[in-house]
Design a protein around this ligand. Structure first.
Ligand SMILES: [Zn+2]
Length: 108
């Protein structure tokens, strides 16, 4: 895991804890300096999901087989695409986790 800036430093984000989050290298690389993205359903530009301020389960759910993340709001859908959350590597890893009984995570 890497420490990522929710608002990138290039866009004025700080090193304060509430602007930092743990992300895997893949997600962090896909996110880059993006802070918003286009929702494929409404074609509107929306802010990316902020794990410090928003609740995951309000914006996403797991596919039936547990391998894919499905955006259920404009923010969720835009984030899935912008961060390529269903890239082939992540989906393949999740399929293995499902087989091992480690995934999807239980709601807290
Ligand atoms: Zn990731």
């Amino acid at each position: 895991m890497e420490i990522e800036h929710i608002i990138p430093k290039a866009k004025g984000g700080t090193d304060d804890e509430d602007n930092l989050w743990l992300a895997c290298r893949l997600c962090n690389n896909y996110k880059g300096t993006q802070t918003d993205a286009v929702d494929p359903v409404t074609s509107k530009k929306v802010k990316l999901f902020n794990p410090r301020k928003q609740k995951w389960s309000k914006h996403f759910e797991w596919s039936e087989d547990g391998a894919q993340i499905i955006g259920i709001t404009a923010c969720g859908r835009a984030t899935v695409i912008a961060l390529q959350l269903n890239n082939i590597i992540s989906v393949t890893v999740r399929q293995q986790w499902v087989l091992a009984g480690w995934h999807p995570p239980k709601e807290t």
